[in-house]
Design a binder for this molecule. Structure first.
Ligand SMILES: [Zn+2]
Length: 259
């Protein structure tokens, strides 16, 4: 998901909640708020467009849902807003250009694990860490992709990562123009928020329960993002972006959408 603690200098302020130690997944699992959350609405048929700021956001936040949709025969379009080329600035091992292609390959392999190998992938090539500077152009690019779609899912506009928030806002603008139902999925929120956190609009949170077989394919899909979950090389600039304690949030038996 391109850790802004490493790649986005606009998030380098010491108060950045993403840089602070994250909330333990055990704390989320023990939360009694899950029971009060209503089920999310997912289309039974038709076409769903899934927007990601970086290749892996869509699988981390919405991968189980994509597996459920693919199994129903729903047509999927996955939009990679950036190629995620900025996840390892200063890497001694991989250039940004090579990383972009590696991450595109990882996404395709991950979608195959989800049973969504027929999904169309659209790469928009917006610069990684610079989505907010291209928000209007992004909304214009998303608008024709959303025409006739039954749902768009995009990163949550309150995720405290500027690329995620800008991608979510642009998707919401395009959804408003086309009358498409818009769902927003959190990614970093599970790191910086706490159960019952007042910064989170829990009243609009809806749950997607993931049966065990769906959890298993989601786990396999996440495991395809090798450049993000394993070190690229021995140096600190080549460290894994997503350590196991972050991945744990995305391996639980449900996903949450703001609807
Ligand atoms: Zn991301």
């Amino acid at each position: 998901m391109t850790n802004p603690a490493i790649s986005d200098d606009r998030h380098d302020a010491p108060a950045n909640p993403i840089q602070a130690p994250g909330t333990d997944e055990a704390e989320w699992r023990a939360w009694d708020g899950w029971d009060a959350m209503e089920p999310a609405r997912l289309p039974e048929r038709g076409h769903v467009v899934v927007v990601a700021a970086h290749p892996d956001d869509e699988v981390l936040g919405f991968g189980g849902s994509m597996a459920l949709l693919a199994a129903r025969g729903v047509r999927l379009t996955v939009v990679s807003v950036t190629d995620g080329e900025g996840s390892h600035p200063g890497s001694r091992v991989v250039t940004p250009t090579a990383l972009a292609e590696l991450r595109a390959d990882e996404l395709r392999a991950a979608l195959a694990e989800l049973g969504a190998e027929r999904a169309e992938i659209v790469r928009l090539g917006v610069p990684d860490t610079g989505v907010a500077d291209h928000e209007e152009r992004l909304a214009d690019a998303l608008t024709p992709l959303l025409r006739g779609a039954d749902m768009v899912a995009a990163p949550w506009t309150g995720d405290v990562h500027s690329d995620h928030e800008a991608a979510g806002r642009a998707a919401r603008t395009a959804a408003r123009r086309t009358g498409t139902p818009c769902s927003l999925y959190p990614v970093w929120m599970w790191h910086w928020a706490r159960p019952d956190d007042p910064r989170v609009p829990w009243h609009s949170a809806r749950r997607v329960d993931l049966p065990d077989p769906v959890r298993e394919v989601k786990r396999a899909a996440i495991d395809r993002f090798t450049t993000q979950i394993r070190p690229l090389g021995p140096g600190p600039q080549d460290a894994a972006v997503l350590p196991p304690e972050e991945l744990a949030h995305h391996l639980r038996p449900m996903e949450v959408l703001f609807q």
